[in-house]
Design a protein around this ligand. Structure first.
Ligand code: PEP
Ligand code: MG
Length: 577
């Protein structure tokens, strides 16, 4: 039996068999070979090419949609490209190195050449070559990076890391738990596992190396723990925790139809964050006051979604109509960072500070205008609000608003109806935007604070890196001062402020956020009732006092300890980060 402690990423408990999903990185080990081994090494390489092709061909089928099918076809063609294969053969014999090293070296120089090209299509080819080389490296190292599809029985997926796009392509019906070596609680993969309601633990270090396929695993997504090959006591323990958790869930269900009102009558609107159209159901089930954040970029990753104007319009219409008359805030595409969507040509050395969100949209106005049109068209079906991600200053906001006016004008000319009073807002998630909140507030109808990024950029701590997850501190005085300032500036300009980062879903933060004056909190539906329960049992006065008090403190350690004790004195049970 082995126990691993990580970060609780999505609540729930599961018991099941492990399905290992590990992948090679592009880091191959350089091994020299003797001249007489060249033939064998080349043979190994050619066998790997055939294996990689076979693995790719297994994914072909009638159920696969057009775009992935095209990518698959391109990758298969690359694996048959005589020039690419001959270069690797030659690299092995001239440099007397192992096949892995040859694959990596040849691919890297090809990718570098392609990336330098001004042609977007060629740049994109570089990404494809990298992908293809990963398949080759997998085959050469006998590691199986399978796409998890057509599962016939329930499994607990154990992986070293997982990309949001990979999770989308998986057969999630049978995934009853996910255990990841890497990740942070505010990473997009963690946000998605919560959205899909899959109990998950992340930042488990080296757990995947200790698991074999088929091992029995106990996973506790509430406490952030997995047990590999458990003994009887561990199983009994899990069963007891499960019973307690069910009781707690039952209690929370009583909150469904109640308003989120403090004991002295101050209302904080609780809204839902969604990534897919189908999540609207859970948002409604928990009695949310609308959708506070629809991460529209995931439509481009979801094979059921799509990216044409018509497909987007349909998705937005469905959400807006389903929630009407409650408002739905749709955020324009926030690709880049850890959200790479194939076909968009994004592959960067420093993606978190790179071509993301509005930066991408403003240089790909073709894609952006299509989205704005689709949003305007959907706006007549209910109450739709639009917001822009990663705005860093007034120039970007002006450029975005200018384009928006232009698209509106086009719609008017074409007699396409849209809501003339449609509200627009900006996310505040870049420190420069926080510092310029007074300037930005004059130009929009609302703010929504993205603390996942705001914390990441304020403390300079990668939100997805488990090695520095302990530094990702919502209670850092720098973060709290920033939040206070944003709220003050917004209220001075008479616009409301929402907070839609993961901080909104953390029960430990609820009272403080209300006390700071947030008008709305938007979070995964999973957490909404817990936050409602907490806010209903405190007064706005004491929440404000709590906020004032901790804002006088000088370290996140002191603030965290103080808030933990404050909460424990009042609540017997709540789950926290
Ligand atoms: C945020 O940054 O807090 C946010 C809500 O946006 P995302 O998590 O998609 O970056
Ligand atoms: Mg963000």
């Amino acid at each position: 039996m082995r126990i691993f402690k990580g970060i609780a990423a999505s609540e729930g408990l599961s018991k099941g068999k492990a399905l290992l999903h590990v992948r090679s990185t592009m880091v191959a080990e350089k091994q020299h070979i003797m001249a007489w081994d060249v033939k064998e090494e080349r043979h190994k390489f050619r066998t790997a090419v055939e294996q990689a092709k076979k693995a790719l061909e297994e994914h072909q089928g009638p159920e696969i949609s057009a775009e992935p099918a095209e990518i698959l076809q391109t990758h298969l063609m690359m694996l048959s490209d005589p020039e690419y294969l001959a270069q690797i053969d030659e690299y092995i014999s001239t440099n007397l190195v192992c096949a892995q090293w040859a694959v990596e070296s040849v691919t890297n120089s090809m990718v570098a050449l392609l990336e330098d090209s001004p042609d977007e299509m060629l740049k994109e080819r570089g990404v494809d070559f990298k992908d293809v080389s990963l398949h080759l490296l997998d085959a050469l190292s006998n590691r199986n990076r399978r796409t998890v599809k057509n599962l016939t029985e329930d499994v607990i997926l154990v992986a070293d890391s997982l990309m949001p796009s990979e999770l989308f392509s998986m057969d999630k019906k049978h995934i009853i738990g996910i255990a990841l070596d890497g990740g942070g609680r505010a990473s997009h993969v963690a946000i998605l596992v919560r959205a899909f309601n899959i109990p998950s633990v992340i930042a488990l270090g080296t757990a995947s190396q200790k698991v074999r396929d088929g091992d029995e695993i106990l996973l506790d997504g509430n406490y952030g723990e997995i047990v590999i090959r458990p003994d009887l006591t561990a199983v009994q323990n899990l069963n007891e925790r499960y019973a307690r958790w069910m009781e707690h869930e039952q209690e929370l269900r009583q909150m469904i139809d109640l308003p989120t009102m403090t004991s002295d009558g101050h209302e904080v609107l609780l809204k839902a964050n969604i990534q897919t159209v189908s999540e609207v159901d859970s948002a409604k089930e928990v009695g949310s006051s609308g959708v506070g954040l629809f991460r529209s970029e995931f439509l481009f990753m979801d094979s059921e979604g799509g990216s044409t104007e018509e497909e987007q319009f349909e998705a937005y219409r469905q959400v807006v109509q389903a929630m009407a008359p409650l408002p739905v805030t749709i955020r324009t595409i926030d690709v880049g960072g850890d959200k790479v969507v194939s076909g968009m040509g994004i592959d960067e050395k420093n993606p978190i500070l790179g071509w993301r969100a509005v930066r991408f949209c403003l240089s790909r106005k073709d894609i952006f205008s299509v989205q704005l049109r689709a949003l305007l068209r959907a706006s007549v079906y209910g109450k739709l609000r639009i917001m822009f991600p990663m705005i860093s200053g007034v120039e970007e906001l002006n450029a975005v608003l200018h384009l928006f006016e232009h698209v509106k004008e086009e719609c008017r000319i074409e007699n396409i109806p849209f809501d003339p009073d449609i509200q627009v807002g900006t996310m505040i998630e870049v420190p420069s935007a926080a510092l310029c909140a007074d300037i930005l507030a004059k130009k929009v109808d609302f703010f929504s604070i993205g603390t996942n990024d705001l914390i990441q950029y304020t403390i300079a701590v990668d939100r997805g890196n488990e090695k520095i997850a302990h530094l990702f501190q919502p209670f850092h005085p720098g973060v709290l001062r920033s939040l206070r300032m944003i709220v003050e500036k917004a209220h001075q300009a008479n616009i409301p402020v929402s907070l839609c980062g993961e901080m909104a879903s953390d029960p430990l933060c609820s009272v403080l956020l209300a006390g700071l004056g947030m008008d709305e909190l938007s979070m995964g539906s999973q957490s909404l009732l817990q936050v409602r329960k907490i806010l209903r049992s405190v007064s706005f006065e004491e929440a404000k006092q709590l906020a004032d008090h901790v804002l006088e403190m000088d370290s996140y350690l002191t603030i965290t300890t103080y808030i933990r004790e404050w909460m424990h004195d009042r609540f017997d049970h709540f789950t926290t980060i």
